[in-house]
Design a protein around this ligand. Structure first.
Ligand code: PEP
Length: 254
């Protein structure tokens, strides 16, 4: 059975104290309220909080830790960068790669994203690979081709074993932080198309088993409808992951 995942991307929000409080609340609510056996909950705090949050969630087998970025380099003179080995050493299990904000503001291209995925995988950290089209591509009705190309120039260059470790997140850029969610039908048809593409790159079984998350203004009001789609296996949540009640209600939408 495909794994369901709800991952909260905190982006550049919260102080240390706020972050501790938020994750404690989420941890308690997940323990008390989440009954679904097959769901992994991931929190993705900023770098300085990873170590302490790793310790906080240690006793809760449902809760997992992700980083928002990883260096493509192993170690050395790269001021400001954080390596996969460093992340691993504080208990990080997942890392976001290819988020549209990093593609846009940090000019991360396919070549770099592939290197970042390889660097993470070499340390046993699972990439959550983000893809998704901007508004003008959707309006030109080129979105299926655009996302397929994003996969072809990155994920397609991984080995079968490496690909097994990857989670895919479809995040239409026009829906991120805009309050404008893709409809469940739009999400489903893109997720099915991604699975089809992955099946032609790898094989049908690997594609069938792949967890594909939806991201883009998901909230407690629309998560149930999105998660009920056959190819939507969970969500990557931005704004709504900063409130423990909303985030937990999204997790309970399965
Ligand atoms: C995101 O940035 O990954 C995201 C999905 O953000 P939001 O939920 O705020 O649209």
């Amino acid at each position: 059975m495909r794994k369901n995942i709800v991952a909260g991307n905190w982006k550049m929000n919260k102080t240390y104290q706020d972050a501790q409080a938020l994750v404690s609340e989420i941890d308690n609510m997940v323990r008390d309220e989440v009954t679904h056996e097959n769901v992994e909950v991931i929190v993705t705090p900023p770098f300085p909080f990873l170590n302490s949050i790793s310790k906080l969630i240690q006793g809760n087998s449902r809760m997992h830790l992700a980083a928002q970025d990883v260096s493509a380099h192993e170690s050395g003179a790269y001021t400001g960068e954080v390596s996969a080995a460093m992340l691993k050493s504080v208990g990080v299990e997942y890392v976001l790669v290819g988020h549209s904000e990093r593609r846009q503001y940090h000019h991360e291209d396919a070549d770099l994203l592939l290197k970042k995925m390889k660097a993470a995988l070499a340390q046993g950290i699972k990439p959550i690979f983000c893809c998704g089209e901007p508004l003008e591509v959707r309006e030109a009705e080129d979105h299926f081709k655009y996302v397929a190309q994003q996969l072809r120039e990155t994920v397609a260059h991984l080995s079968n074993e490496e690909f097994d470790q990857v989670v895919i997140a479809y995040e239409p850029i026009w829906a991120i932080g805009t309050g404008k969610t893709a409809s469940s039908a739009q999400a489903q048809e893109m997720h099915a198309s991604i699975r089809e593409e992955l099946s032609s790159i790898f094989d049908a079984q690997a594609a069938y088993n792949k967890t594909i998350l939806y991201g883009g203004s998901a909230n407690p009001g629309n998560a149930k409808e999105l998660f009920s789609q056959p190819d939507v296996d969970g969500g990557l949540i931005g704004g709504a992951s900063l409130k423990s009640r909303d985030f937990t209600d999204i997790i309970k939408s399965f």
